[in-house]
Design a protein around this ligand. Structure first.
Ligand code: XMP
Length: 321
């Protein structure tokens, strides 16, 4: 299927919303539909479109995969509660960590997350609720990068020749597939979503698993989660497009209290970008870098080295996995 982009200049957000609402209702009718909200701008817009189109026939879930940032699941559920949208929190931590166990290859890890999400969690939810459709926020860049073979986005199925109905027992509707992130933010703004959602820096679908090199275990996610709290606190005022912490697989020799400490390495990345297709490292002031190193090595147990990525995308990508 050829997908045609609607550029930011061509987008009329009010018209887009009414057309998509109409399209979703006509596809689904009065059948039950489900969607997963992660709190990212894409899934937030899809949630609003779906509720406008389907009302109570849409059930929205926040899947706690154990890979989200500190306090994120509860926080997102409460934001949507304030918007009048009920979101059910599903604890799927064990399912995801079981699928991820022993996997170290990036594409293999993405595949594990796809499996856990579509088959294990949604497969079960769909069976339990009898839903026929899954509404999701795949965007134009996800398709482009997956089709180009750069990185398999976890939410891409049909473009890879996977028929979700055959494999998982439900159909997938993707109302944002013609839009890039900037255009999706414009729609979010029209929906009057809070600034915190509408202006949220991008966060990958595989969540912190995209930032753990090597095996993704609860303990290793905990380390990258603590480092992420610090990076986000220190860089949220930088105005950068995206900033993140990555946990490396290799250990390095460090020293603490005059003794050898063979410890962990955290890499910090901070990006200037418009659409994530090309990106440049932010020229952060040295005192900011110094504070990051100081805080991460003292507040995150076991870390003895903090590095800052100075590579552009390409050849780097924004995330490490
Ligand atoms: P990369 O790492 O490919 O990232 O330069 C480009 C943008 O996409 C986000 N990203 C993902 N988002 N599923 C997603 O939903 C993924 O698998 C994924 N990988 C990367 C990334 O955070 C950046 O904004």
């Amino acid at each position: 299927m050829e997908i045609k982009e609607i550029t930011i200049d061509a987008l009329n957000p009010e018209k887009f919303i009414s057309e998509k609402v109409e399209e979703i209702s006509s596809i689904v009718g009065d059948r039950l539909t489900v969607n997963a909200l992660s709190g990212g701008v894409d899934s937030s817009v899809v949630t609003m479109l779906g509720h406008k189109a389907l009302g109570d026939n849409l059930r929205t879930y926040f899947i706690d995969n154990g890979l989200m940032r500190e306090g994120e699941p509860q926080h997102i559920v409460s934001i949507f509660k304030n918007l009048g949208v009920h979101v059910e929190l599903i604890d799927a931590k064990t399912t995801f960590f079981n699928e991820l166990k022993g996997r170290t290859d990036p594409e293999d890890k993405r595949e594990a997350i796809t499996q856990a999400f579509y088959q294990d969690v949604f497969g079960t939810l769909v069976k339990e609720t009898g839903a026929k459709y899954l509404l999701q926020g795949t965007n134009y860049t996800d398709v482009e990068e997956t089709v180009a073979g750069i990185k398999r986005q976890h939410n891409i199925l049909e473009q890879l020749g996977i028929d979700p109905e055959e494999l998982y027992g439900y159909k997938v509707i993707e109302p944002l597939i013609q839009l890039r992130k900037v255009a999706i933010r414009k729609v979010a703004n029209t929906f009057q979503l809070p600034e915190e959602i509408y202006n949220r820096p991008p966060f990958p679908g595989p969540a912190l698993a995209a930032r753990v090199i090597g095996e993704v275990t609860p303990d290793r996610v905990k380390i990258v989660r603590s480092a992420t709290v610090i990076v986000e606190e220190e860089l949220s005022k930088s105005g950068a497009f995206q900033y993140l912490a990555i946990l490396h697989e290799d250990k390095v020799t460090g020293m603490r209290d005059g003794k050898r400490d063979y410890g962990l390495q955290i890499e910090v990345r901070c990006w200037e970008s418009v659409d994530a297709q090309v990106a440049f490292p932010t020229q952060l002031p040295y005192d900011v870098l110094d504070r990051l190193a100081e805080r991460i090595t003292t507040e995150v147990p076991g870390v003895v080295s903090v590095t800052y990525n100075i590579t552009r995308k390409p050849p780097s990508t924004i995330e490490a996995v």
